[in-house]
Design a protein around this ligand. Sequence first.
Ligand SMILES: NC(=O)NC(NC(N)=O)C(=O)[O-]
Ligand SMILES: [Zn+2]
Ligand SMILES: [Zn+2]
Length: 513
Amino acid sequence: MDNLLWRPLPLLALIASFLILFYVQDSHTASFFPLKKPHVDDECSLLPYQHYWISSKRIVTPDGIISGSVEINQGKIISIVKGGIPHGNSKQKHVIDYGEAVVMPGLIDAHVHLNEPGRTEWEGFLSGTKAAAAGGVTTVVDMPLNNHPTTVSKETLELKLEATKKKLYVDVGFWGGLIPENALNSSILDGLLSAGVLGVKTFMCPSGIDDFPMTTIDHIREGLSVLAKYKRPLVVHAEIQLDSENHLKLKADGDPRSYSTYLKSRPPSWEQAAIRELVHVTKDTRKGGPLEGAHVHIVHLSDSSYSLDLIKEAKSRGDSISVETCSHYLAFSSEEIKDGDTRFKCSPPIRDAANKEKLWEALLEGHIDFLTSDHSPTLPKLKLFDEGDFLRAWGGVSSLQFDLPVAWTYGKKYGVTLEQLSLWWSKRPAVFAGLESKGAIAVGNHADIAVWQPEVEFELNDDYPVFIRNPSVSAYMGKRLSGKVLATFVRGNLVFKDGKHAPAACGVTILAK
Ligand SMILES: NC(=O)NC(NC(N)=O)C(=O)[O-]
Ligand SMILES: [Zn+2]
Ligand SMILES: [Zn+2]
């Protein structure tokens, strides 16, 4: 009997020594209990480990482009080493060598309409963030419309947050909405801001959505006085409907299938009128002014003439103001939009080629702060493709998945560099939206990374894997682009690789504190 009890001893000793060995090898992961590795939900990432190195000959860092490797552990960048693959016992190290492919900070798209809850047939958190991940976009900031109800109170933000569960492939922050109701009742606005929106968005013209009414400059001033306390921005759709008689006449007489009819119905003077009112108010955002702490950001600038001059002037006198333009204003011009092709309808409208040149110039010179997509999709039937009626079709361009290749392809002519791309698409939007630990490949930051091949071209044909909900509404379908995204990492999780997504959606919501 005794004998039988002692017989397994050698085996137990063997197991014990194996455990000790394992503990020593694994101790760098600092686990308290040696066999219990930190919890890794292996569904979140296409990698089976959390501590690894990404190496490449072209890593875009704030200090320039380096050849070397980025060490990632538990979702963060923990070291950046110049030179080849890191030394040491390389068998123990997980190194992903991307060779010549570019390793860049993931893109931050601060202007997207994901339309959930309420209009998920237009887009939605799942399809929208899958598209983002496939395009190297690691964070998006969602607009307070065209979801239903719109995000204009603490309660409606809660509905949105509830709707995100298990649907986010990338991290998502939220803009709230400034409408007359909450502008005149600051406790609603306070509630919305306390609940964590990164700032609020308002329309100075009809938004096309019933539960998102437009505001006047007086509402905007009220809103800014609340925002000043939180030091969060007001983002503004800056167009004021002028000459409505001309507008109605065009509607009655112009050919609705002709893009020029639509273009004439929304002239640059609309943008200029709105921006003129805004810069009058932003005077008070200067140091020592009554609105110090508030900031005005003009979304989707299209007019590169007088509107831009007004913004430049306001900036130079010290107002707290910034401006974005969008991919489609830099990629397309009105001359090339064919009759009836309402995929290109958006507001403000895409203007002529000379205007586009000046937008590029302003971007390159730093007068336009950063880029966004204004991804604002809808159902194909609301684009009225059969009639091709520009005046009645839904306005909005769909492009979230193509932010990176579009800026690269259309920027080639202007000599755009990788560093400029990451400034316009990562660093500056991160600072603007208050996204700490994002926007740059730097030690301590989230490991939000896009890996892509700038030289590889592809055609956006029907065989191309497009993840937005309704690809046919995108103005980019049929275009040839360069810049193929190979892999996307969100907080260290490899969420997209070679056309496939991780099994589970593990992006998080970003709320301001
Ligand atoms: N309701 C919208 O989504 N509008 C958007 N539509 C565009 N840009 O055509 C926008 O941002 O103004
Ligand atoms: Zn807008
Ligand atoms: Zn928009």
